[in-house]
Design a protein around this ligand. Structure first.
Ligand SMILES: Nc1ncnc2c1ncn2[C@@H]1O[C@H](COP(=O)(O)OP(=O)(O)OP(=O)(O)O)[C@@H](O)[C@H]1O
Length: 322
């Protein structure tokens, strides 16, 4: 559904060149739900805008929904939906009229556009709001209308740029319920950007992490966490003089060298499976006469994956892509 090779985009800003996207290779199969995750300025929107033909690439190629983004941009646009960060709905139209107008813009006859508008209103639970002005909708309702507008021509591939940003938790959950429904009931391919780690982790079957305009990780959330961050067990010791011995014991079950805390009272060790390893470690410490006061096991998050890859936390990262 998406095949990109060496996709690059740089912008000239005064005398400087901003390398927003530095060479992205990508293959997305039909039906996948892909989250494109990265800190502010990583190049997510620029990549999306190239794939949706809104921006020409500086170099590289991409075939999207079967058409080349440079040679056949009109065909690409006919076969995809794109929901940008800004509201696409106008201020002064009624919800259903807006959808019908959009349908006509895509070449549907007025009766076809009306029929399609009604289907989509139902799909996005907007039927009861059909006659409302779009400027009277709540943030979540308006976002659903944006998605509806992107679906009027029945694309099989939908790009969403930060679909849930700026919404309250309830509306975010609601948007996600609708996104998942689109995928399940209509077999759509969904490619979305987000910087909400939990959303990417819980909802997407594939997470692509970008940083500084490059893909730095690609896989299921579980795979990335297992391969790149791993489970950890942290033991708090009674006596800091025992930390070296505790680390020695911990090293026997570790998948990486144990870390001793600055105060010498904690030993943190990466393990293949935290629940099994914790019991094993406590037993081994007891056998070695090392007294443990407490033990805690932690499963990694996607933020730990990002930290392992870049040395920075994704939650706090706000670095420009250049
Ligand atoms: N039109 C432009 N002119 C100059 N620089 C730009 C332009 N558009 C984007 N950039 C720069 O390119 C880099 C990537 O921006 P982009 O918007 O793609 O990042 P992003 O990952 O989508 O960030 P965010 O999560 O904040 O939306 C940033 O450094 C940005 O300032």
């Amino acid at each position: 559904m998406i095949h990109a090779r060496g996709l690059k985009k740089s912008f000239k800003v005064k005398r400087e060149t901003v390398e927003a996207v530095r060479g992205i290779d990508l293959d997305v199969d039909p039906g996948q739900l892909v989250a494109f995750l990265g800190p502010n300025g990583a190049g997510k929107s620029t990549s999306l805008r190239m794939l949706t033909t809104l921006l020409p690439p500086t170099s590289g190629t991409a075939v999207v929904a079967g058409y080349d983004i440079v040679k056949d941009p009109v065909e690409v646009r006919r076969h995809i939906g794109y929901i940008g960060q800004k509201n696409s709905a106008g201020e002064n139209f009624r919800v259903r009229d807006e959808l019908v107008t959009q349908g006509c813009c895509y070449g549907l006859t007025r009766p076809e556009a009306r029929r399609r508008a009604d289907e989509i209103l139902d799909l996005l639970s907007l039927t009861h709001l059909a006659k409302r002005g779009s400027n009277t909708l709540s943030g979540g309702q308006r976002r659903r209308l944006d998605i509806a507008l992107g679906l009027i021509h029945q694309p099989r591939l939908l790009f969403l740029d930060e679909p849930s940003t700026g919404l309250d938790p309830h509306s975010r959950a609601d948007i996600w319920a609708h996104i998942l429904r689109l995928r399940e009931e209509h077999d759509m391919t969904l490619f979305l950007t987000t910087h909400y780690l939990e959303e990417a982790d819980n909802m997407a079957e594939r997470v692509i992490v970008v940083d500084h305009g490059r893909v730095i990780a690609d896989g299921t959330g579980e795979q990335l966490k297992k391969d790149l961050a791993g489970d950890h067990v942290t033991v708090t010791l009674r006596d800091h003089t025992e930390s070296a011995r505790a680390a020695e014991v911990a090293a026997r079950i570790a998948s990486a060298a144990p870390e001793i805390g600055a105060d010498g009272l904690t030993v943190r060790v990466r393990v293949p499976q935290a629940d099994i390893a914790m019991a094993e470690l406590l037993r081994a410490l007891e056998n070695a006469d090392v007294k443990a006061l407490a033990a805690e096991s932690t499963r990694p998050s996607l933020d730990d994956v990002f930290l392992a890859l870049t040395g920075r936390s994704l939650r706090e990262s706000d670095t420009p892509g250049a």
